[in-house]
Design a binder for this molecule. Sequence first.
Ligand SMILES: Nc1nc2c(c(=O)[nH]1)N[C@H]1C(S)=C(S)[C@@H](COP(=O)(O)O)O[C@H]1N2
Ligand SMILES: [Mo]
Length: 426
Amino acid sequence: MDADGNRTPAPGGPPRGPSRPEFWRSPLRGPWLTAVLGTVLLFGITVLFVTGLLSYAAYDPDLAPVNDQTPGKGWLGFYLFAWPTSPYWLYRVTQGVHVTLGVVLVPVLLAKLWSVIPKLFAWPPVRSAAQAAERLSLLLLVGGAGFEFVTGILNVQLHYIFPGSFYTLHFYGAWVFIGAFTVHVALRLGRVVRALRAGPRQPAPDSQEASGLVSPRPAEPTISRRGALGMVGVGSLALFVVTAGQSVGGVFRRTALLAPHGQDPGSGPNGFQINKTAASVGIRPGDIGPAWRLTVRGAGRRSELTYDRLLAMPQNEALLPIACVEGWSTPDQPWSGVRLIDLAALVGLGDHPPQVLVESVQRGGSFSSVVLSSQQVRDARSLLAVRVNGAVLSDDHGYPARMIIPGAPGVHNTKWVTRLTFGEPA
Ligand SMILES: Nc1nc2c(c(=O)[nH]1)N[C@H]1C(S)=C(S)[C@@H](COP(=O)(O)O)O[C@H]1N2
Ligand SMILES: [Mo]
């Protein structure tokens, strides 16, 4: 031992610093703490993965290239299915859970990484080929987790700082991460179960059960292991309290202190969250003024409607939310306008209307057009809406007319619609 109580390293042993077990002094680190945090993440990340896959399916990427923000997915899209319109709150729930849970798990993830950090410096760095492969998988695991959490949170907070490519990054990142995660769970599950069974009592530092996590030279504890877990829980709860309100919407949005607050949607019938304002995507007054027309095409026919003719068609009401990929949503609101079925009937496709390409007056931008499936078109709640909460749409909410589709992600509710083309592309 030297003057600090460090054991004198054996020749060829770890160099001074973090590679020596005695460098790490927290009395909290140990297999039980790591196992508890790991178990929470096992369930949490599984839910994040499933809701993330659902979010991709919700975009109906196979319907048309304009729907897919992640080109070249190949067989990674094996699970895709036509996104249903019922229940009408489906995406609001899956994406609210995805974003809220992602935020809430941040303290757990950080605590988990903290609990195993001595292993990062384990000496010798490479002991065998198998161990080298395992360490490489840990690199993908930790890197993948960091990447997914960082890209997800930046997207939620900053409204797409990665133009168009967030989806691609987050989607491929998720597959890399989940691969490494699956390997990690398979390798560690036995250890986790044993540690949970053994309980919070610390095993001897160099015992096998300690897994190299227990400090051989622990400092005086300032908090118990249960207390530390409690702190993590309080951190997660606090994040939940200041995040979840955005997914509930309405008055609860005010509690979402962490949600982006860049824009004030104002009050009144149109006073709800705005994804992109008319000005921010270059909508000019002339685009949505008296010269605006709605063109409906399909089955070789074509019909052009003025705003007044659109208003003269049968108006229907649907009580629907808007639910954005960013995790925010509005409560159910009364929208009114013309059913897509009735618009398909204008070109003689009223009986079994096919899919429709929806185009906005907006020039460019990945949300200016979308293809909606035939089941979305056929749902009587799917509207080309002209009113919300009893008032004419504001410019920012898509005046003169916008889509509103049950169960779908917000991005499918195209604003400033000017053209509908029913049927497969020619
Ligand atoms: N033309 C156009 N429509 C659009 C968008 C857009 O950027 N351009 N954003 C979409 C997204 S991502 C969402 S969440 C909803 C939000 O509608 P709101 O801004 O009226 O709340 O509009 C959708 N419709
Ligand atoms: Mo959105």
